[in-house]
Write a protein that binds this ligand. Sequence first.
Ligand SMILES: *Cc1c(COP(=O)(O)O)cnc(C)c1O
Length: 331
Amino acid sequence: MQLARFPRLTLAHLPTPLEPMERLTAHLGEPRLLVKRDDCTGLALGGNKTRKLEFLMAEAQAQGADCIITTGGVQSNHVRQTAAAAARLGFDCHLVLGRTVPWNDPDYEATGNVQLDRLLGAELHLVAGDTDRNAAMAALADELSAAGRKPYVIPSGGSNAVGALGYVGCALELEEQANRQGLVIDYLMHATGSAGTQAGLIAGFHAVNSRTRVLGIDIDAEPEAVASKIRHIAGKTAASMDLAPPDDAATVVESGYAGAAYGLPTPEMAEAVRLAARLEGLVLDPVYTGKAMAGLIGLVRQGRFKSTDTVVFLHTGGAPGLFAYRSVFEG
Ligand SMILES: *Cc1c(COP(=O)(O)O)cnc(C)c1O
């Protein structure tokens, strides 16, 4: 399996660090916890989408595109990293932003990721929460094509078999770090949403026959839909590397930590964000990593892991979103 045969640009600071979380490990008692710092990928405050964009933007360039269209919620981290990649590579960037989260904090549409989208020079198209955003992107692509432009459309979260290659790369990188540090990683845990991260990790570990198990924490309150999307993308990603699809059982999505819906805070999330900040100096976010850390804490408390297990928490970024939820953390 050679990742180097796929077109790729350099956008991320790699490898990201793999660090122990000694105080959180002591606080919870067991298992041994480490954090893989994909919040440190470097592009416009970093995050997991940057790894995907190295492959997606290479495809855009290869196709002769001159502008990028993508979509997400108002506080999307994917959209912010795409706007930054587009700026760096000299593409115009159009963002279809859905008002999907019923969160009425006045900061929500002014600060955090959306403030950065504007700063990065992207053109924002805000739409109602129930808008079909794929159709809106297709209409925008038609409009731009009719005007003589060459748009390249990136799906929500950059999650397709091309974007997932970024997380094949992360799996290989982690495997190498573990080998060098003499670590056996039993579990890798992370927030799972549009499925590309988990699909890529599963395909990557499958490619090198790793025994590390991936645990996705559902943050959408739609665990079955996410799991079937992960299996689909993991199969396509494996096929693009001339591999058989990973076993269906490799896809594990843990539910119970999303709360009522995507983007709505939970008390467990707020506790987890505070704990990570105060014990590890780690800044998590309310939408993804805070809920994933709540999932990790919940699974530890349920006795899901052996005391001898080594569990890596993949920090997928997202901290700019904190500022859109200021009221949750006041007092
Ligand atoms: C997008 C995102 C995720 C989820 O990754 P997917 O590939 O969409 O499943 C997790 N954490 C953060 C901070 C994100 O922005």
